[in-house]
Design a binder for this molecule. Sequence first.
Ligand SMILES: *[C@@H]1O[C@H](CO)[C@@H](O)[C@H](O)[C@H]1NC(C)=O
Ligand SMILES: *[C@@H]1O[C@H](CO)[C@@H](O)[C@H](O)[C@H]1NC(C)=O
Ligand SMILES: *[C@@H]1O[C@H](CO)[C@@H](O)[C@H](O)[C@H]1NC(C)=O
Ligand SMILES: *[C@@H]1O[C@H](CO)[C@@H](O)[C@H](O)[C@H]1NC(C)=O
Length: 362
Amino acid sequence: MGMKWMLVLVTLGLLLGLSSGAKKKTCDKGWECKGSIYCCNDTISDFFQAYQFENLFSKRNAPVAHAVGFWDYKSFILASTQYQPLGFGTSGGKKMQMKEVSAFLSHVGSKTSFFCKRLCFPHDGICTARGPPLPVCSLRLHLSLTEVQRPICNQTASLILLYSFENLQGLEWGRNVWVQCGDRRSICLGPLYNHEMSPSQSYCDPNYLYPCAPGVDYYGRGAIPVYWNYNYGRIGDALKVDILNHPEYLEQNATLAFMAAMHEWMTPKKKNQPSAHDAYVGNWKPTKNDTLSKRLPGLGITMNILYGDQVCGQGSVDSMNNIVSHNLYYLDLMGVGQQYSGENLDCAEQVPFNPSVKSATS
Ligand SMILES: *[C@@H]1O[C@H](CO)[C@@H](O)[C@H](O)[C@H]1NC(C)=O
Ligand SMILES: *[C@@H]1O[C@H](CO)[C@@H](O)[C@H](O)[C@H]1NC(C)=O
Ligand SMILES: *[C@@H]1O[C@H](CO)[C@@H](O)[C@H](O)[C@H]1NC(C)=O
Ligand SMILES: *[C@@H]1O[C@H](CO)[C@@H](O)[C@H](O)[C@H]1NC(C)=O
């Protein structure tokens, strides 16, 4: 009886496999995309070129950036050759392809720039965070024409000045200026870093599968920062690179850093959950439960998948707004236009997919 069913299933499987195999022809597009139906259409370098990467990541080599010379176009494309055949940036037609690249990079840009949130603690010098509490986090700066060009307060503060020049130009220098960090206009453009700046802990969890290497810290590193030994171990297994014992590879090798981020983008966190990729490009159909939890396709769901309750279901928080801001800006720069950013851009009201195991936000 069991055998009989097995036979039927196997035959069915074969038939299905054969028929679908016969229909779908695979293509090779040079070294960039090989042996997949996704390689038959445009590939990423067809619609996203080096000069556009430079535009998006224009501040990456600025003096204030910590990872000068690190993030580059070649590394991005090299990393993507592993994932384009799986549909990364090659799914759903040209507009969707551009949107997916923009969405992915907006996570990278946001996560590797500094967190505006950090500015909103009182500190010494000229900057203070005094004043009435605003709905979004804010910082009061005293500016004068002569002071504008040089670092004011500490580096963190000078960063936001640099990145909000465009937005401040309409204001009168020498007055108190409110820089609203959570405001979409005062975007802190990344990427600037390739690792966490002031780790508060070593992110080592006693873990039998992926024990911490002695003397090694597992703070956030990479394009979408990886935290904790078990994540380094898991991603290292997938990429076949020993980042559990050598987490520093992620801040030394931009190709690897992008690959780790793309792997996370393409892989569901749990069974029965979509990958960020599938959820974004429309390969995923929300269940009734998802709909009730306000989890719908869009940029917001990618944050839900990647960061869960650290970013989502918390209302209008900076960590979320920062990604949205990057996305709108990048869509404009790529020529798609932010009016095509789509529905469900944020995840303010979404029920998080997974509770965080450890609070790994910085
Ligand atoms: C290739 O492009 C066509 C036309 O735009 C589209 O219908 C098809 O879905 C694309 N193939 C893939 C694998 O995305
Ligand atoms: C800069 O200011 C921020 C915000 O108050 C503070 O957290 C940080 O420690 C300061 N950095 C330095 C190097 O003083
Ligand atoms: C960076 O990592 C990639 C992927 O593992 C590898 O192919 C490449 O050789 C590395 N580059 C350097 C300079 O180590
Ligand atoms: C629906 O969501 C609730 C709460 O998030 C969960 O407990 C339940 O198991 C889910 N049901 C299904 C069928 O996934």
